[in-house]
Write a protein that binds this ligand. Structure first.
Ligand code: 13P
Ligand code: SF4
Length: 357
């Protein structure tokens, strides 16, 4: 039962003490979040992985790319554990290293590799945190950087200071929404996909491109739509609509604000008057915020179809199993990035951690 699992997790954590640290993403279910030592967005959790170099194991209640990132940033002998190895991310799977290399080769053919008179190279790769370690490694190797939804604008500025244009993968929406808010016109954001490399764009106009978007998307966030926002506004005049930047552009445009999961949490925490919030992000986080701030009315723009099914795969039963394994001296479900990938991926991650507005 839930109570039994809860008791087993608590007992194992008590026995392990400082030997283990449990990290939980905001999208995790409540039964998991309550056992996490740190809860945060993907940027905060990448930093959290660095704060406990003394712990033998980092149990990451999130998805695969987050555990890989923690492994890259943590000490070599620290074990990073993903309680359920089936917790992946469909968006991260939409960009593989071979396709990215194919796109990169085409870009080199089009633009060469020589910097312009201001010292800016033709293209810099930027990968969203939601990507495999191999892609972070690709960015590290080619002068590029990682971003999360909370620092995408800062990172794009960093990249534009060094390059004429950016190749941004895998999330087309985060790339488009962020670049658009920075004033990049849509016609300067062609989209690349392996089947339709330039989406019909005339190769001549590619010279003016500023951000080359990848074709990936989040299957949770792309379900939000403008009709849901209109319905919320009709039902609750004065509603504050906040959405995640993984939502399509027209949804972000129709909202009042957009930002990372931590931005959404902070916006609600900072509201002093009772407010109605309609939120466009994963429903587990929205329901938790609604319970935490009963003075406000908080609901998900689409409560029926918007849980992240892979985040949900971290069932408390798996958490109990990996923690009890550690008590017995067994490391189960370890995520280990090979040293060659890890070394270059760390370069791209460290550029992100150092990038300032
Ligand atoms: P953030 O935690 O960076 O807002 O990202 C949301 C997400 O989709 C994580 O997978
Ligand atoms: Fe991936 Fe979307 Fe789930 Fe985040 S919410 S882990 S981007 S599928």
């Amino acid at each position: 039962s839930d109570d039994e699992l809860h008791a087993r997790i608590r007992a194992a954590k008590e026995t392990l003490g400082d030997r283990v640290v449990v990290l939980g993403h905001f999208y995790q279910r409540d039964e998991v979040v309550k056992h996490a030592d740190f809860v945060g967005d993907s940027f905060q959790l990448a930093n959290a992985a660095l704060t406990r170099p003394d712990a033998e194991a980092i149990v990451f209640c999130g998805v695969h790319f987050m555990a890989e990132t923690a492994d890259i940033l943590s000490r070599d002998d620290q074990a990073v554990i993903l309680p359920n190895l089936a917790a992946g991310c469909s968006m991260a799977d939409m960009a593989d290293i071979d396709s990215v290399q194919q796109c990169w080769d085409q870009l080199e053919e089009l633009f060469g590799t020589e910097p312009d008179e201001d010292g800016r190279v033709p293209v810099i790769p930027v990968t969203y945190m939601n990507s495999s370690a191999a892609l972070k490694g690709f960015c590290g190797e080619h002068g590029g950087i990682v971003c999360t939804s909370s620092n995408a604008a800062t990172v794009l500025e960093w990249a534009f200071a060094r390059a004429q244009r950016v190749l941004f993968f895998p999330d087309q929406h985060l790339g488009r929404n962020t670049a658009k808010a920075m004033g990049v016109p849509l016609e300067q954001m062609p989209m690349w996909s392996p089947r339709k490399p330039w989406g019909g764009t005339d190769p001549e106009t590619l010279r003016d491109s500023r951000v080359i978007l990848w074709h990936g998307f989040c299957s949770v966030h792309r379900r939000f739509n403008v009709a849901q926002i209109e319905k919320a506004r009709a039902e609750y005049p004065g509603v504050r609509v906040i959405v995640h930047p993984e939502c399509p552009m027209e949804v972000v445009d129709a909202a009042d604000e957009y930002g990372s999961t931590d931005y959404i949490r902070k916006a609600i925490a900072a509201a002093t008057e009772p407010t109605v919030f309609a939120i466009g992000t994963e429903v587990n986080l929205v329901n938790r915020l609604a319970a935490e701030y009963p003075q406000h009315t908080i609901f998900c723009l689409d409560p029926v179809i918007c849980p992240c099914s892979t985040m949900y795969r971290i069932h408390p039963g798996y958490l109990a199993w990996v923690l009890e394994g550690l008590v017995e001296g067994e490391v189960q479900n370890r995520i280990e990035v090979s040293a060659d990938v890890s070394d270059t991926a760390r370069v791209a991650l460290e550029r992100m951690l150092a990038a300032r507005p």
